[in-house]
Design a protein around this ligand. Structure first.
Ligand SMILES: [Zn+2]
Length: 68
């Protein structure tokens, strides 16, 4: 699967972040770079939020180590 906006290959974190922050039912996704832009966030802030959600055990993200 690739980013709707830039065509970059997506990973599980991109998809989880899109579901969490945009639309849980989404079938098409943005990569983290485009998602951050869309939200008006710094990419770094988005990564921190993802880290936080994962530490809280959010099921939209892959479990395990908190950094990819
Ligand atoms: Zn993108």
């Amino acid at each position: 699967m690739t980013c709707l906006c830039c065509g970059k290959e997506l990973d599980a974190l991109d998809i989880g972040a899109h579901r969490k922050l945009i639309n849980r039912q989404a079938k098409e996704f943005l990569c983290r770079d485009c998602l951050a832009k869309d939200l008006g966030w710094e990419r770094k802030f988005l990564d921190e939020m993802i880290d936080r959600y994962r530490r809280w055990g959010c099921t939209l993200f892959p479990q395990g180590k908190a950094k990819e």
